[in-house]
Each structure stands twice: as C-alpha cells, then as structure tokens.
Design a protein around this ligand. Structure first.
Ligand code: DNO
Length: 347
C-alpha cells in the first residue's frame, strides 16, 4: 500500500510542505484544476505538476480526476470527439508516469451533501446528507448555492442539462459507460494507466438524475463491461458505506482478488436513517464502516496501490475547503497507516 494525500494545487491552503510532514505519506493525488471539462490535458502542464510534487519530496501517484464531458454521459453524437480528447489526456498521464486515474460517471453533479458544517458533539463540524433536505434544494437559479465541488452551472445551462438527462435511463447510462470504456480502456492499457472509477456519492439518484455505480452488483457489472485489468475501481469506503446493504470487506476481498482495486479512499460514515448519513472521524468505532476489516481484506489480496484518507471534519478551529482541511485528514492518514502496519506485522 502506498499512502497518499489529496492536494488541490497551488491555491490549496494545505501545502505540499504540510503533506510531506504527515508520517507515512509518500504520494500526492492531484489534478489540473484549470482545464475546462472535456478539453485535452496538455502534457507539459502535467509534467510541471509532477515536477512540482517531486521537488517537494513526494510523487504524483494519482490524477483525481479528469472530468468526463456531459456529452459522453448523455450519449450525444458529439461524444466521440470528447472521448478522443479523453484518450489523449490518458496517454499524457502515461507518458508522464502517472499510473492511476480516478474518475466518475455521475451525471451533472459530483459528490453531493446537504450540509457542510453539521456540528458533532465534540465541537467539530462535518459533512452530512439527508435526502429529504435534498428535495428542498431549489435548482431554479443554477448550482451556485450548492455545496462541495468545482463545476458550476447557471440556471439556463442547468435547466438544459437536466432536461437532456430526462431521456437517459439508468440502462442507457450503462450503455454510454460501456461505449466510453470500450474506447478508453485499450488506450489506458497501452499507456500503462489504470482506470479507477469512483462510486457515486451518495450511491442513489439525486435530483431525478440516474446514478448507477452504487452497490456490489454495479461494481461487478462495471469490471465485466470491459474485462481488462486496466478497468478498475476507486474503492471509496464512505460512498459505498452510505448503503448499509453493501458488505465492504467482502467486496474489497472479491474485487481485490481480481486485481481491480486501483485506488482506495478511506473514510467513515454514520448512517442515521434511510438515505441519511453524516461523516465521522476515520476510526471504525465512530461510524458504520469497519476500516480494519476493509484494510485487512485489501492486505490479504496483496493490495499494493495508492490509498488516501478521504474527507476529514473541521477540527481545532481550522477553516478551508469542505472535507479537505489538513488536520483531520492527517489524523485519518496516521490511523490508516497504523492499521496497515499492524495488519502487515500480524499476518
Ligand atoms: C469527493 C471526491 C470526488 C471524486 C470524484 C472522482 O470528495 O471523492 O469528488 O474526486 O468523484 O471523479
């Protein structure tokens, strides 16, 4: 296992110097954050990013993420042009020596929460989701008010996208994913890049949009779509853990044994009701994810890829990018590193 940490580039209040001081962390997970979705990533910009990370005494282990253009997910006639651009970006990753690409196939919205500052009894704040609260979010003015991630749409763009997706059932979205993977997986394989599809977060439809990468059956179906080693997953314990029926250790064992887990996001959640959860500190006892059992399953299957602590709470008065402060993620990293050491030394 290679312990890594997400870094959002020069504008991130968490610096590479901070990351370098977290025990056990050797790799960085990052991206080019100023390229428009769909556009080919310039190789020289990737080289500069990798050099910057090297100069800090770390390595660029994973790109998270290259966004998949909505035309690809919608299956529009223009999609093959965007897929070509995606393939060129994947080739550039390979040329620069970045071995893993984390991406997602969620229509319009990436990870979604209904609160970014839910207070926990210990005085920290965390990210929370409640499906009933989601239904009350007004999208008529675009995504401006929505928490959490990069893409933003004004009212007109969002209205057009939501209307276009009315034609796309879950099965159609699967077909569009297959079309994408049939073209990108062979390119990734030749370039020496492993594709790691991130599960949908949360793992159910939001705002009437289909979401398909949600559970054990979906992940099995995904790896079978194009049955090649380069077609794998990001095993995100927090996303998958929001659905109580997902047996995470068993799934880690199954996909790990097949060599299809290319990246791991370690995070914990407490499920508080139907489609309702909040994020917790990483250690197993605080949430519903048994991270010890997941890591043991990964270890048993010989997992040697990158793992990063996922979202942290805001603690010790820190302010910053929701889910991506320094302190609690660093505690998470140390916890995951400690679990891995204990498992390694006792098996
Ligand atoms: C959230 C992240 C996601 C992830 C993308 C991958 O914190 O895990 O935004 O980066 O879904 O494409």
């Amino acid at each position: 296992m290679e312990l890594t940490f997400r870094w959002f580039g020069e504008r991130d209040p968490v610096t590479l110097a901070h990351v370098r001081q977290i025990p056990g962390v050797v790799g960085v997970v990052s991206a080019l954050h100023d390229v428009a979705p769909g556009v080919e990533w310039p190789r020289d910009a990737l080289e500069r990013l990798a050099d910057r990370v090297d100069a800090a005494g770390l390595r660029l282990s994973v790109v998270e993420s290259i966004p998949v253009h909505e035309d690809i997910k919608l299956g529009l006639p223009t999609r093959d042009r965007w897929i070509d651009a995606y393939c060129r970006s994947v080739e550039h990753l390979g040329a620069v020596g970045i071995p893993v690409l984390c991406y997602n196939f969620m229509p319009v919205f990436d990870w979604t929460r209904t609160a970014l500052d839910r207070a926990l009894p210990d005085g920290s704040t965390t990210l929370a989701y409640d499906h009933a609260a989601l239904a009350r979010i007004d999208l008529s003015r675009g995504t401006g008010a929505l928490p959490g991630w990069g893409a933003a749409y004004d009212a007109e763009q969002l209205g057009a996208l939501l209307a276009a997706y009315r034609e796309v059932s879950a099965e159609r979205l699967w077909e569009h994913l297959a079309h994408f993977l049939e073209r990108v997986v062979p390119v990734a394989e030749s370039a020496g890049v492993r594709l790691a599809l991130h599960p949908d977060d949360p793992p159910w439809p939001v705002f009437g949009l289909p979401r398909i990468i949600t559970d054990v059956a979906a992940l099995r179906r995904l790896v079978a779509l194009v049955d090649r080693p380069a077609n794998g997953v990001t095993f995100c314990t927090g996303s998958l853990g929001a659905l109580p029926e997902n047996d995470l250790p068993a799934l880690a064992r199954e996909l790990g044994a097949r060599g299809r887990i290319h990246f791991v996001h370690g995070r914990n959640v407490r499920v508080t009701g139907d489609r309702q959860f909040h994020e917790t500190p990483h250690p197993s006892r605080y949430g519903d994810v048994d991270l010890f059992a997941v890591l043991r399953a990964l270890h048993d299957t010989g997992f040697a890829g990158p793992l990063r602590p996922d979202h942290g709470r805001m603690i010790w008065g820190e302010t910053g990018r929701p889910g991506y402060g320094l302190h609690d993620r660093a505690l998470g990293a140390t916890y995951l590193y400690g679990l891995w050491e204990a498992i390694s030394r006792t098996t």
